[in-house]
Ligand binder design. Sequence first.
Ligand code: ASP
Length: 596
Amino acid sequence: MSEFHPEPLNGLKRTHYCGVLRLEDAGKDVVLMGWVHRRRDLGGLIFVDLRDRSGMTQCVFNQAVNAEAFEKAGLLRNEFVIAIEGKVAPRAVPSTNETLETKDIEINVEKLHILNPCKPLPMNISDDQIPDDGLRMQYRYLDLRKPRMVRNIALRHKVAKSVRDYFDGQGFYEIETPILVASTPEGARDYLVPSRVNPGKFYALPQSPQLYKQMLMVSGLDRYFQIARCFRDEDLRADRQPEFTQIDVEMSFAERDDVLDMIEGLIHHVFDSTVKAELPEKFQRMTYADALEKYGSDKPDLRVDMVIQDITDKVGKTGFGVLDAAIDEGKRIKAFVVKGQGGATRKEQDLFKNFGVAAKLPGLFFIARTQGAVKSSLLKYLGEEKAMEICKATGTEEGDLLVVAAGESRPVSVALGKVRLDIANRLNLLNPKEFRFLWVVDFPMYSWNEEENRLEAEHHPFTSPLPSDVDKLESAPLEVRAAAYDLVLNGCELASGSVRIHQRNMQERILRGIGLSMEEAEEKFGFLMTAFGYGAPPHAGIALGLDRLTAILAGESSIREVIAFPKNTNGVDLMSGAPVVVTDEQMKLVHLKYDL
Ligand code: ASP
C-alpha cells in the first residue's frame, strides 16, 4: 500500500449519512464518509457502495467526467475508509435491490479522499454469512460493522432509552449502585476483587443490586430503577454471560399488583417504541402450581395450547400392566392433545417417542383419531368406547393426537412439558413474531438443596412469604408460597421479582430457615436488618433481563447477538484476551500468591 498516503480530514465535514439520501435530494452537493462495502469496475466506470452505520449509497466514478477521481478509485479495496465529495443524481440504471433505501439515487463523485486503507479481511462483511464464531468474537469490531449487528445495537439503544423515558415519566429516579460490594446472594458464585489497601480482604461484584435497592427504599427515595450490570460466576451455558444487564426496579408502599401493573406499562412502552406488536392490555396470570401441573414448567410457552391434563380417573384399571401398576402405586396418567396430528405416520410417532425418551419418560403412548376411527396401541386394553370417551373428555377431536404418559405427578408433568415443546418445535408451531406474556405468581418460598441438605430460597432470602402461609414457615417450609413473581415471554423467564421483607424478625426467620446461624445472619446481612429497624417502608420490586428482552425484540435466539462485546462459553473475551495472566508485581500488590 505504498501507492498513496492516507489523507487527513483537513476540515472536511460530512453532510449526510450514507443511508439517508433519496430522490428528492437529487442535485445536492454532498460529502459522505464511510467504508467501501463493494467495488465494481465496468470499463470506464467504477461503482463503489459506500457504507456507514445508517446504510449504503452507490458512488459513481466516471473516467470521462473526472479522470483523477477515477484513477484513485482504482486503488480502493473492501473496507477502505474514504470520503467523497459529489452530486446526488437519480440512478442511471435503477437498482433491483428493493430493500436498499437509497436505491433511487447515486452520487457522481467529484473528489475522492482515501482516509485509511484496509488490509485483506479475516472475515467477510459484505455478505450475510455467519462465519466461525471464534472469528466473529476475535474480530468483533468487524462483526459489528454488519448491518444486522448495527440494527441489533441500535435496537438495544432504543430499548434502553424507552426504559429510561418510561420510568422517568412514572417518577422513578435512576440511581447507580456500587460495583465493588459485599456479597449480594442470588444463588450463584461471586466474582471476587482483592483489595490492595485492605490486605486479605475482597470485594464481590454484585450478582444484582438487590440489597442496595432495598436500602434506597429505606432511604425514602421511593421509586428506583437502574440499567444495571450484574455478575454471576456460574458454569456458562450457550446462552449465558458472566456479566449481563438488568432493568432493576424497586417501589415503596407497593404490593405485588403495583409492580405487575408498572411492568406491563413498561413492556407496552418498549414495544410501542420498537417493534409495534399488538399486546393485550393486561397479561395473563397463572400460579406456579398451575404452570407446573398444566405445562410442566415454571415458564410455560403459551404460543401453543397443548395443556397437560390428568386423565388417571378417566383411564382407570385396564388390564395393561404399565398403567395399572402406575395407578396402584399412586402415580398419575397425564396427556395432552396435538391438534391435527391424528394422521401422524409411524415414523413421526417414533420421533415423538424419542422426545419422550430424551425427557426420561419410560413410556409414551398415543391415541389417534383419524379417518373416523380411534387408533392406539392401548386399544386392546381400553376398548374403543373408553378410548373415545377419553378423547371426548380431553378435547381430542377427529384428526387429533392424544399423547399419554404415566408417572409421579410432578415429574410426569415436567417430562410431558418437554415433549410438548419438542413437538411444538418439530411442527413449527412456535411463531417467533408472536409475543405471549405470562405472569407466573406464588412461587414456593424454599426449595430443597440436595447437595447441602438444607432449604434454600427459591427466589432470594429477602422475599416475603405469602401472609396466609407464614404459619407453616417452620412446620412445613416446602409448602410455603412466596410473594414472588416471574414475567415469562414465549417460554423465557424475562423478569423476576418479589414483595420484600421489611421487618427484622421476619428477615431473621427466613435467614434461619435457609440454615444461617444468627451470628452468620448478623455478619452478612446485619446492616439490612439494622436498617429495617429504622423505619423501612413496605416495598416490592423486580428485575428484567435487558439482553434477553432485546434479543427477543430483534428476533435473535442468542443474547450474544445484542451485546456489543460478549464473552464465549469459557468466559473469555476473544478480542482482548481477558481474563489474562498478571505480573508477579501486580499479584504482590494485592497480597495474592498462585496455587494452581
Ligand atoms: N434481584 C433479583 C434478581 O436479580 C430481582 C428482584 O428480586 O428484584 O433476580
